[in-house]
Design a binder for this molecule. Structure first.
Ligand SMILES: Nc1ncnc2c1ncn2[C@@H]1O[C@H](COP(=O)(O)OP(=O)(O)OP(=O)(O)O)[C@@H](O)[C@H]1O
Ligand SMILES: [Mg+2]
Length: 428
């Protein structure tokens, strides 16, 4: 569980205030390019001492962090381990070796760490499998690499450098679980149901099928409401994102329990889940439920564990969706901005803005108007005109016809404009 993080001379700003994370939900907002995904990469590194792209070169993101040129980069973090002890950790960038220094000796165990990247890549660090391994050839035990999947590998399977299969991937696992019709398939069905957008739109497995003469795999399908079974590889982007999320959660949980049993350890009591752009590909209705659902799904899977979710969003619906459960003692909202040519970070008090539209003009998104830019300009011009004493009749008529053409007849601004203009005798 990550408590604090201090970055110096690394990322878009040399001096960021410390991040004091909430123990449960942490939500990150901010404009494009201000370092939100980068922060998730750094958090992943802090917990696992690896960068995803160093493990899997197929990734397009998750590259190793480079400090600001000519400056000494430093990452300081405090996290709690399985024993709930607080563990401080500082690393400096070694410019000669071009790596971040890691203390010698036994690394600390942060619990299970899951990372869903915005492009559909995933990474899993499992304390029972990646923490400490005994190699038959080595006398010393060493660190085994985490599981890092490119978007394709999560579907088709992941092999290590020697070609050993590390994970079968969604297509093979789903099909074999379905054929065996045992607990993993029941669990998958339950997870897909929980993660569905609503009880009217359940994600339900259909019959296995074949989709090509070349591909010998039995292909899982989804039973669509229009009574057709659609192969999962043809499913929509939103469906595929959720299927992949459900699979990673289930696979990581199952394999962790098997591995923990094998090495005579109790399953981990901590889970950190990093999700970039949690709303990606989801329809607004689905966006309204995804954060509470993901939280409860992870809590249900890891019954005895504490779950910390760190999620990035660009969606006002996501912000509105967390209003009922946001608890300042356990949760935190970090907002990145760009001010005076600098990236700034503010840990904001969570206010209830009530609905997604109001969230758009909140500090999370800073929109002055939620209308089309052109229509907002008409309204600005009309508002300025209402302040004038005697505008020219031709200008009033001009703005009036622009507003009438642009806006809905029921639009609040149009109604107010017409009322004021009539009162002033501007409109005949
Ligand atoms: N590997 C890296 N090393 C150093 N700095 C990096 C690295 N990767 C990204 N950055 C910094 O982060 C900035 C981009 O940030 P990032 O991709 O995290 O944006 P974002 O806030 O996630 O934007 P978007 O909302 O578009 O996804 C870069 O301009 C750069 O300053
Ligand atoms: Mg990003």
């Amino acid at each position: 569980m990550l408590k604090t993080l201090i970055l110096k001379n690394v990322g878009p700003n040399a001096e960021m205030p410390p991040f004091e994370f909430g123990e449960r939900l942490n939500i990150l907002t901010g404009d494009n390019g201000l370092g939100k995904s980068f922060l998730l990469d750094i958090i992943w590194w802090t917990l696992t001492k690896t960068f995803p792209a160093d493990i899997n070169p197929l990734l397009t993101g998750g590259r190793a962090a480079l400090p600001i040129r000519g400056k000494k980069g430093e990452i300081t973090a405090m996290f709690s381990t399985k024993s709930k002890k607080l563990y401080p950790f500082t690393s400096s960038f070694d410019t000669k070796k071009q790596i971040w220094g890691v203390p010698q000796g036994r690394p600390t165990n942060p619990g299970i760490v899951l990372y869903a990247m915005s492009d559909g890549s995933f990474a899993v660090w499992d304390p029972a499998r990646n923490y400490w391994e005994t190699s038959p050839r080595k006398t010393e035990r060493s660190h085994r690499e985490p599981y890092v999947f490119s978007p394709k590998e999560i579907w088709d399977g992941l092999n290590d450098k020697d070609g050993t299969s590390l994970c079968n991937g969604i297509i093979r696992d789903w099909a074999s679980w379905q054929k065996e019709s045992k607990i993993p398939f029941e669990n998958l069905k339950v997870l897909l149901e929980w993660l569905s957008p609503s009880t009217n739109e359940l994600i339900t497995p259909g019959e296995l099928t074949r989709i090509s003469l070349k591909d010998v795999r039995d292909m899982p399908t989804l039973r669509m409401p229009y009574r057709q079974d659609v192969p999962v590889v043809h499913a929509s982007s939103g469906m595929r994102r959720i299927i992949a999320l459900a699979y990673v959660l289930l696979w990581a949980w199952q394999e962790h329990r098997i591995a923990a049993h094998l090495i005579h350890e109790t399953p981990s009591n901590q889970v950190v889940f990093l999700i970039d752009e949690i709303e990606s590909h989801l329809h607004p209705r689905w966006q309204q439920s995804i954060v509470p659902t993901v939280m409860s799904v992870v809590e249900k899977l890891h019954k005895e564990a504490k779950v910390q979710l760190i999620a990035v969003t660009h969606s006002p619906l996501i912000m509105a969706s967390i209003e009922p459960t946001f608890n300042a003692e356990k949760d935190a909202w970090f907002d990145f901005d760009y001010e005076d040519k600098k990236v700034t970070l503010t840990k904001r008090d969570f206010e209830k803005y009530g609905d997604a539209n109001t969230w758009l003009s909140s500090p999370a998104f800073d929109l002055k108007s939620t209308r089309a830019i052109k229509f907002a300009e008409f309204i600005n011009k009309a508002s300025a005109m209402l302040e004038q004493k005697e505008p020219k009749q031709s200008e009033i008529q001009n703005i009036h016809s622009q507003l009438v053409q642009a806006l809905n007849p029921e639009d609040d601004f149009l109604i107010r404009w017409q009322y004021v203009c009539q009162k002033k005798g501007w409109l005949k």
